[in-house]
Design a protein around this ligand. Structure first.
Ligand SMILES: NC(=O)c1ccc[n+]([C@@H]2O[C@H](COP(=O)([O-])OP(=O)(O)OC[C@H]3O[C@@H](n4cnc5c(N)ncnc54)[C@H](OP(=O)(O)O)[C@@H]3O)[C@@H](O)[C@H]2O)c1
Length: 310
């Protein structure tokens, strides 16, 4: 079968379409025929070698985390899924391997694809949807009327986080690029700001929580935007942010939290049942993997970019 892999760290040019043996499902696993795979910033951070500390440095490595497809076979002890069922899910975030014709996953890594979502829409959800759910489960406790700032609200996590926060009764201020203004409103944001034209600091407002998804609003810059007991979340922390947040929280009522995604089956089930508006901002055939990664990493995609695998 065909699979996208890389044998050296670098830009999209290091990616190669290779022929590998079709994987075989173990007794507790499923073989899935992949129909769609989404692109995540984690893909290119791993490929650039920025995450060797947690992902290891042994090459070759595979790419792609989220997928949707059809169950092609099940192991002897699998009871929850049958061949032919449509599913979506994610492989090990640090190992990748979804950008292929087939993947083997455990039952905990998939959920049934809702009929209302296309394969592309379902493949868009696992990483960003699980991240948004984890943020509101563990890092930001929203109460009705809470003021939430989402910086980078028109990307993948922002798309889900905006809709979930509105359902929990929060008031959402969404900071987006020019292409994302209409989508942020469509997802329910109360105030929408174009970061290329206006700084969020110019609003002169304070927020109960600030979720930075852009990597452009570090804690020091977000602090003046927080209420005295406000919470800030860094979505892409390195060692500095993890250590810094730990020390900060010992001495301040304002909390500095970091997202370290731990996927779980319950998140996939919740996403399947959430009836989310999933916007696909760009679609690419698998064969265009180098162009897709080069274009999408430049930004400006509203919602998610997705590969179709035929
Ligand atoms: N820690 C974890 O476990 C974990 C898990 C999942 C994801 N992540 C990380 O979380 C981050 C967000 O993920 P994502 O999938 O939502 O990424 P994404 O789809 O690329 O969204 C990021 C958004 O930030 C916006 N942005 C860029 N510059 C900005 C600025 N100066 N001000 C405001 N917004 C700006 C972008 O808008 P434009 O494109 O229009 O510029 C884009 O919509 C990524 O860094 C990802 O790697 C971490």
């Amino acid at each position: 079968m065909k699979k996208v892999m890389y044998s050296q760290y670098g830009g999209p040019e290091v990616l190669q379409l290779v022929e590998v043996p079709q994987p075989v499902a173990g007794p507790k696993e499923l073989l899935v025929r992949v129909r769609a795979v989404s692109l995540n910033p984690l893909d290119w951070k791993l490929r650039a070698g920025e995450m060797k500390l947690v992902a290891g440095s042994k090459l070759p490595k595979s790419v792609g985390i989220d997928f949707a497809g059809t169950v092609a076979g099940v192991g002897a002890t699998v009871r929850a899924f049958q061949p032919g069922e449509e599913v979506f899910g994610l492989v090990d975030v640090l190992k990748g391997g979804a950008l292929a014709e087939y993947v083997v996953v455990s039952e905990q890594q998939v959920a049934r694809k809702p009929a209302g979502l296309s394969f592309a829409q379902a493949a868009a959800l696992p990483v960003v949807g699980s991240s948004a759910l984890q943020v509101f489960e563990q890092l930001i406790k929203l109460r009705p009327g809470a003021e939430l700032l989402i910086n980078g609200a028109s990307g993948g996590i922002g798309m889900v986080a905006t809709q979930l926060a509105k359902r929990q009764g929060a008031r959402v201020t969404a900071v987006v690029g020019p292409a994302g203004l209409a989508a942020a409103r469509q997802w329910g944001a109360d105030t929408v700001l174009n970061y290329r034209e206006q700084s969020v600091h110019s609003l002169g407002r304070r927020f109960d929580a600030v979720l930075d998804l852009s990597g452009q609003l570090p804690f020091a810059q977000a602090r003046p935007l927080l209420t005295p007991a406000g919470v800030y979340v860094h979505s892409a922390p390195g060692v500095r942010e993890i250590v810094g947040s730990f020390w900060h929280n010992l001495f301040s009522k304002q909390k500095y939290r970091v997202l370290l995604l731990k996927p779980k089956a319950a998140y996939l089930t919740t996403l399947a049942n959430s009836n989310l508006d999933v916007v696909i901002g760009a679609t690419y055939p698998l064969a265009d993997f180098q162009r897709a990664y080069a274009e999408v990493a430049k930004g400006g995609i509203v919602g998610k970019a997705v590969f179709t695998v035929d």
